[in-house]
Ligand binder design. Structure first.
Ligand SMILES: Nc1ncnc2c1ncn2[C@@H]1O[C@H](COP(=O)(O)OP(=O)(O)OP(=O)(O)O)[C@@H](O)[C@H]1O
Ligand SMILES: [Mg+2]
Length: 199
C-alpha cells in the first residue's frame, strides 16, 4: 500500500512542480520525510513500529522556509482528488485567513469562526506566521482553536495537521506551556529540513 501511494505521490509531485516549471527534487533533505509522510497516509503499521509514530495522531510538520512542507500536503490533496482516495483528503486552511475571518466577524459572532475551525479534519498552514487577531481586543486565537481541537481529539479522535516554521520550543513561547504539552499528545512531529527550494 505504501509503495502504491508513493508512486501516486511521485506522479502528482511531478505534475505539481511542472506547473512551476520545475522538476520534483528528491534529495537527502526530503527523502526520509517523503517516505514517512507516505507511510502515514497509507496507514502503514511500519509508521508505528519503525518510526515510533502513532497513526491515530495528526502531523506537525516543521522546518525552515521553502523546504516543501505546504507543497507536500497540496500534492497529497491532488492524489486524493485524482484517484478518489477519500482517506487521504485533508482540507488546507491558511492560518492568517482564519485570523482575517475572525477579525471581520461582527462582535458576538467571532465564536462561530473559532467553533468552525475547532471541528473536523484540517491542515493549518503556517501555524505561528499568523498575526494576533484583533477584534475588540487582541488575542492569539490559535491557542483557543488548538485547545478545542485537543478536546475533539480526545473525544472523537479528530486529527489536526500543521505546517510551521516553529519547533515545539517556539510553540511554547508563542502559545504557552498548556498548549505545548497538549501538542505532544495530539501530533506526530516530522521535520522537513534543508535549504530553501525557492528561487
Ligand atoms: N521537492 C521539491 N522539488 C522541487 N521544488 C520544490 C520541492 N519542495 C519545494 N520546492 C519549491 O519550493 C517552493 C516552496 O515550497 P513550499 O511552499 O512547499 O515550502 P514550505 O516548506 O511550505 O515553506 P514555508 O515554510 O516558507 O511556508 C515550492 O513552490 C517549489 O517551487
Ligand atoms: Mg508553507
Amino acid at each position: 500500500m505504501t509503495a502504491q501511494l508513493k508512486e501516486l505521490f511521485n506522479t502528482e509531485a511531478k505534475k505539481y512542480y511542472l506547473l512551476e516549471n520545475r522538476n520534483f527534487i528528491v534529495n537527502e533533505d526530503n527523502k526520509s520525510f517523503l517516505n514517512i509522510f507516505c507511510k502515514y497516509f497509507s496507514q502503514d503499521p511500519d509508521f508505528e513500529t519503525s518510526h515510533k509514530g502513532e497513526l491515530r495522531k495528526g502531523l506537525f510538520v516543521f522546518g525552515s522556509q521553502g523546504t516543501g512542507k505546504t507543497s507536500s500536503f497540496k500534492i497529497m490533496q491532488n492524489v486524493s482528488k485524482e484517484y478518489s482516495l477519500k482517506q487521504v483528503w485533508t482540507p488546507i486552511v491558511y492560518t492568517q485567513k482564519v485570523v482575517e475571518q475572525f477579525n471581520l466577524a461582527e462582535s458576538g459572532k467571532t465564536d462561530y469562526v473559532i467553533q468552525y475551525f475547532s471541528k473536523g479534519k484540517f491542515m493549518f498552514d503556517d501555524l505561528g506566521a499568523e498575526k494576533e487577531a484583533s477584534n475588540f481586543g487582541k488575542e492569539d486565537i490559535f491557542g483557543r482553536i488548538m485547545e478545542l481541537r485537543y478536546n475533539q481529539f480526545l473525544q472523537k479522535g479528530t486529527k489536526t495537521f500543521v505546517t510551521s516554521n516553529l519547533n515545539f520550543e517556539d510553540i511554547k513561547n508563542r502559545y504557552g506551556t498548556r498548549l505545548y504539552d497538549r501538542f505532544y499528545q495530539m501530533f506526530n512531529v516530522l521535520e522537513l529540513g534543508g535549504e530553501s527550494k525557492r528561487f
